[in-house]
Write a protein that binds this ligand. Structure first.
Ligand code: NDP
Ligand code: X2W
Length: 352
């Protein structure tokens, strides 16, 4: 069976990465390629690395152009996807890389995005614990089976939730003392020109932003950790910008509950990800590096118990555009449509 997929936002970084991965997907035929100001251009002008698709022409993002596909990927600015999705039939699988449908709490949405909440869709991070009473050992992928609307997580939340949910799901961590610091490549900010992203500002320098609890991914991370813990979890999250185009390295720390030791911590993470094909707990002593995962749908994780401070330190690395966006989107599509979960996602990291 061949699945037809349209990609909206095809001129951007996220849409371009969806196309790169779909071009290698054994079950998918790429249909309409849509965007906004670049409609009418050859894809090769905007995504020169997508050589086999270079002569395809980008068309406007309209319901007519997106109609008639089995799957529609939306990689649009925040706030643009709800209207597009509403005009598509319920039978079309719509996968939104934007933030519009990730949050469960409309108040949290309004606080961070200042617009009306568009509703909540199943969350496209299959490896998360299901986080419902009676759901011990079950995963979020259950909610993606047969889904026709999926919200792809933010890139920082993907790295932070993969890092910390095993400890919360196993009841090993205190919910009120979680500190997360992530370094991201600049592609996380999208293609549009921003003063702080000019080459001479970014090259050879690192800087924090969204400091003091202001980054919009804070409620998304808290939502995922709270669901895993079964109680509210409070997070202090600080993103930093790193002089690289792709990749996120997250360092997440949390206070460990009394009488929890290194063996139970390690067992929790290893059992959470032992059967997962894309999330790898590295052998003891080997620490994540973004280079291990660039271009791939993999996440690598390592943890240590800092007994002196009573904290677990978890490091995770992902490619923000692959596991953090397009790879996660395609993995979720595969699950929703009953395909092999790893189809089209067998790329390894690019190192050095
Ligand atoms: N970059 C990343 O690492 C991640 C991005 N995301 C999300 O993916 C989405 C896209 O991000 P990204 O690719 O980085 O952004 P870019 O700025 O690189 O691309 C934006 C895309 O949206 C199109 N677009 C802009 N306005 C409209 C509109 N009104 N109607 C239709 N299309 C429009 C643009 O088309 P044109 O160029 O023709 O105007 C372009 O194709 C965002 O919601 C982002 O938050 C999610 C996770 C990670
Ligand atoms: C480096 C950088 O700027 N990163 C982006 C996050 C990208 C992402 O995941 O964004 P969405 O939630 O918008 O999908 C930021 O901090 O705004």
């Amino acid at each position: 069976m061949t699945i037809t997929a349209a990609v909206s936002g095809a001129s951007g970084y996220a849409g371009g990465e969806v196309l790169r991965l779909l071009a290698n997907h054994p079950d998918v035929e790429i249909g309409a390629i849509t965007a906004h100001s670049s409609a009418g251009s050859r894809l090769g002008e905007l995504q020169p690395h997508l050589l086999p698709l270079a002569d395809r022409v980008i068309v406007e993002t309209t319901t007519d152009n997106l109609a008639g596909h089995d799957v529609v990927f939306l990689a649009l600015p925040h706030g643009a996807s709800a209207e597009v999705a509403a005009a598509l039939p319920d039978s079309t699988l719509v996968i939104d890389a934007g933030a519009d449908h990730r949050l469960e709490d409309p108040e949290a949405w309004f606080r961070f995005y200042r617009s009306e909440h568009a509703g909540t869709w199943p969350y496209g991070l299959p490896e998360l614990p299901l986080g419902e009473s009676g759901g011990a050992g079950r995963k979020q992928r259950e909610k993606l089976l047969g889904a026709r609307r999926i919200a792809v997580p933010g890139c920082y939340p993907t790295s932070a939730l993969l890092a910390l949910t095993p400890g919360f799901a196993a009841g090993l961590l205190e919910p009120d003392d979680v500190v997360i610091v992530s370094a991201s490549g600049t592609s996380g900010a999208g293609k549009s020109v921003k003063a702080h992203l000019l080459g001479s500002e970014v090259m050879g320098s690192m800087s924090p932003y969204g400091v003091g609890g202001g980054h919009r991914h804070t409620p998304e991370i808290e939502q995922g950790l709270s669901n895993a813990a079964g109680e509210p979890v409070t997070v202090s999250f600080t993103p930093t910008l790193a002089p690289m185009s792709r990749g996120i390295l997250t360092t997440a720390t949390a206070r460990v509950k009394a009488d929890v030791g290194v063996a139970s911590l390690r067992a929790a993470w290893e059992s959470a990800y032992g059967d997962e094909q894309f999330v790898h707990v590295l052998p003891s002593g080997q620490w994540p590096a973004t280079q291990m995962v660039i271009g791939s749908n993999n996440a690598v994780i390592q943890l240590a118990f800092d007994e002196h401070a009573g904290r677990v330190i978890v490091s995770s690395a992902i490619d923000n555009l692959t596991k953090g966006t397009a790879g996660g989107a395609i993995q979720s599509m595969n699950i929703a449509l009953g395909l092999n979960e790893g189809a089209g996602l067998n790329q390894l990291g690019v190192a050095p």
